[in-house]
Each structure stands twice: as C-alpha cells, then as structure tokens.
Design a protein around this ligand. Structure first.
Ligand SMILES: [Zn+2]
Length: 488
C-alpha cells in the first residue's frame, strides 16, 4: 500500500513536471508564431545603431542596449570586460566627387582606423611612383595631391603603415626592386592628401589591422586610405594617363579620440533549478564592420539569440540546467571576446553541455548533425520542432563516419575556442530553404550588409529552434556526452 502510494505520488509528480515542461515549450512555439520580435531587435540594431566597430561609441551603446533588453525580460546579466583599445574611432559621413566638366560623384569607402580629411580637401591626381627615380620626378608635386595605387583589387584592409612594413619596403627598395606601394613612406612624408586603390563591387571595407591597437593620439594616420569603385578608378586613371586637368574632392569624417575604450561580452542567464552550475550556451557577436550596418554579420545572430532568450523568459522557463546567452565582442578583430571567455574559464569547460554559435547569414536553422552518443538526447530535445512548421522541416541527424580531429587553430567564428578546448560547439545547419538566392559571400563584410538583406521568416524560425533545443538539453538529467566528439 505504502509502495503504491509512493509510486502514485511519483507518477503524479512526474506527469505534473512533464506538463509544466510542455507548457513552456507550447508557449515558446505559440509566441514564436504570434508574437515573434526578432525583427524588432533587428530594426534597432541595424537601423538605429548601425555599424559597431571595436573602438566606437556605437559598440558601447549597443552593449548597453543588449544588456537592458535581457534585464527587461528578467535575466541575470553579467557584463564582462574583454577588450581594451587605446585610441577610439567613430565614423561620420563621407562623400567625394570629381571636379571637371564630366564630373561625377565618387563611390568609395575607407577602412576603420584610417585618416579622414577634416573638411573637404581637393587636389590633383598622380599615378604612384614605383621606384626612387620616378619618385624624384614628382616629389615636388605630391604635396596636397591624391595618388592612385596600382594594387589591383584589395581585401579591404588598410595599407600596412607599421614600422615593420616600412622596413620591409625599404629593404626591397635597397635591393633595387620596384613596385606598387613601395614608395609609401616617401609619399606620406612628401605630404600627399591620400591614396586611392581600386575596389571590386560590392565594396569590402575592413580596418587598420596592422596599427589600430598601437595608435596613440601622437601617431595617428595622416594620409587617407581610399577604396574606390574599380570602374571609377579605371576612368580616373585614364584621365591621369591622358594628362587631363581635373581634381578630386573628398570629405571624410573619420574621427579619432583619446581612449582607452573598453568592450564587453554581455552574458545573460536563465538560472537552472537543479544544476545551476551547468550550462547550455548559445551566442553571436555584437561588433560589426562599419562600412554598412552589420545587419547579417552578425546583427541577425544577435537578434535570434535575443529572441530565443525572450521567448523562454516570457514562457516562464525554469530549466534544470542554466541557459546562457552570450553576446560577444571583438569577433571581427580576432574572436577577442569569446577567446577571453573560454581562456579565463568563465564557465568551467566540463560544465558546458554545448555552445551553439550563430554567425553565418540570416538563414533558417533546419537541422543539426551530432555524434552518435548525443543523438538520442538531441532527438528528445528537438522533438517539438519536428512538426512545428511543415514548410521548414527540422531534422536531427546522426553523424556518419569517424569524428574529425579537434581543431588546433582558431578560425571562423566564436565557436572556435570552445572547439579547440574540446567543448562541444555543435551548431545548427542553416539553409535557404525557400530558395531566395541568398549568397552570404556577396554581402559579407561589404557595403551591402544592410537591413534589407535580412530574411524575417528564417530568423524568426531560428529563434524558436534555438530556444526549444536549448531548453530541451537543459532539462536532461545529464550533460551531453563527449564520446566520439573528436578523434583523440
Ligand atoms: Zn561574423
């Protein structure tokens, strides 16, 4: 009798807790359909904030906004300082034109942490001298002029003006070599306004990787570093070759200011009821190049992560294990935020069930492929997704064949340092299931990374997938198995 009672109570308790669990998942699925706010977050990040480069006030503003969003939904937020840069950089408007009878508006960009003009600057245009003899022929004319560099299409990084690059160039010149950019330092010292390089379209414009962390207010870049539409570049170059009389005018508001500027990972937690020290994690990076608005890279990821958190919080989720939402900083400058988090063992590596990264275009999470030892757990966690949206089916796949070796170098995105340290960092497969001809390569790090490239149906769906999966894994009575994760 006594036994019966205990098992009866246990059964009731079990079904009550299953019922409660169902209620949260049901609510997430329902809110995901009827009150999905992913695109509201995107509107704010892409259209109100815009570009968010490390060094800018906008990235600090974005951090504050993300933290306040999480707090408003009742999550515990930790602001973790992860990056410091000595000199700050904000970007204002930029414009340029060719001053001549057939004048034109110029289509160009400048890498972050390169010089602006302090007001409109106009000057004549010269082809670059490629050896000492050519330099000597024009050195008196270079002051106050623009110089075309024959570099061919660029990666979008600034010209390397570090002392090391200067001495490499000097050594090449001493050996009698000639070539593009070799006379760089001599031209700067002669007082050029700036350099112009051709850019393929859409324009990819990055930053001053070589120098940005070594700048002080006393050694700021002086000459502009302009990437110009390659078609306009070719036209202008021909005019110079033909010795036509014209000028170019640029007004570029690139603003340096004294730092240090500090940047942070924003870590928000729904605390676990039974295993609060164990975590299921997901994340995306907040920093973004500032030639456009970082809408797909990685605004969309941030919005999906935010909405997954909001859906769970609004559904009253109280998972057994903690769920952490990580909004990383400094990804574009070398995964700085996630690297700091992992290397400092902010969460001990053996307490992380899985880290889901989202940073690859505004596509739909349609499947996940896992090692055999994780398969049953993922099926259990993802079950509510299998018939959620018939137009976007979701599947869990068992990995076939041998595991890969654990990565030894960091690349890609913020999952890298987790994976290198043996922490499961399995991500969802994302696809363009409706066939919208989305090609991430066309947008990635370019002037076209704008709000109108986002695909709401995919992003809204992905927020639900991430919320349901994380919640399911957090409710297991064990962490995910690492057996067969990597070849060891
Ligand atoms: Zn990215």
């Amino acid at each position: 009798m006594k036994r019966l009672t205990i098992s009866f109570i246990a059964t009731v308790f079990l079904s009550l807790s299953l019922f409660a669990q169902d209620k949260v998942v049901k609510s997430v699925l329902e809110l995901g359909r009827t009150d999905n706010r992913t695109m509201e977050h995107a509107d704010y990040i892409a259209r109100n904030i815009g570009g968010r480069i490390v060094g800018s006030h906008m990235l600090n503003h974005a951090e504050d906004w993300v933290a306040s969003q999480f707090r408003s939904w009742g999550l515990e937020v930790t602001v973790q300082e992860a990056v410091e840069i000595g000199v700050g950089f904000d970007r204002g408007p930029w414009s340029g034109r060719m001053l001549s009878e057939d004048g034109m508006v110029l289509h160009f960009g400048t890498p972050a942490y390169t010089a602006g003009t302090r007001g409109p600057q106009k000057g004549r245009v010269y082809l670059e001298p490629k050896n000492q003899r050519e330099f000597d022929r024009v050195k008196g004319a270079l002051k106050g002029s623009w110089v075309l560099l024959d570099t061919g299409p660029t990666s979008g990084l600034a010209i390397d003006a570090s002392p090391k690059a200067d001495s490499t160039r000097a050594a090449l010149l001493a050996k009698g070599e000639e070539g593009s950019v070799l006379m760089y330092r001599q031209m700067v010292d002669a007082g050029v306004l700036g350099f112009i390089r051709p850019s393929k379209l859409p324009m990819q414009v990055l930053y001053n990787r070589a120098m940005c962390f070594n700048l002080t207010m006393d050694n700021l870049p002086k000459a502009c570093d302009i990437l110009l539409d390659e078609h306009q570049f070719a036209q202008i170059r021909q005019k110079v070759v033909d010795r036509q009389d014209f000028q170019l005018e640029f007004d570029i508001r690139n603003h340096f200011f004294p730092g240090p500027m500090k940047y942070h990972n924003i870590l928000a937690v729904i605390k676990g009821s039974k295993y609060p020290d164990e975590y299921v994690m997901m994340g995306s990076h907040l920093d973004a190049y500032d030639i456009a608005t970082g809408s797909t890279d990685d605004g969309q990821g941030v919005c999906v992560t935010l909405e997954a958190a909001r859906l769970l919080a609004a559904s009253g989720a109280k998972p057994k294990r903690s769920i952490m939402f990580c909004i990383w900083t400094g990804e574009e400058y070398g995964l700085l935020g996630s690297k700091y988090f992992v290397q400092n063992k902010t969460v001990p590596w053996d307490k992380i069930s899985n880290y889901f990264n989202r940073d690859g275009g505004p596509l739909a999470a349609t499947s996940v492929t896992v090692p055999p030892a994780m398969y049953d757990d993922f099926v259990e966690a993802c079950k509510p997704l299998f018939d959620y949206n018939p137009d976007i089916p979701f599947t869990v796949n068992k990995r076939e064949g041998e595991p890969q070796a654990r990565p030894t170098s960091a690349g890609g995105s913020d999952h890298a340092y987790f994976a290198m340290n043996g922490v499961p960092a399995i991500s969802f497969r994302e696809s363009d299931i409706f066939g919208y001809d989305f090609i991430y390569r066309d947008i990635w790090h370019t002037e076209d990374d704008l709000y109108d490239k986002l695909i709401p149906a995919y992003m809204e769906h992905s927020a639900v997938v991430q919320a349901v999966t994380a919640y399911g894994l957090a409710n297991l009575d064990h962490l995910l198995s690492r057996t067969g994760l990597y070849k060891d």
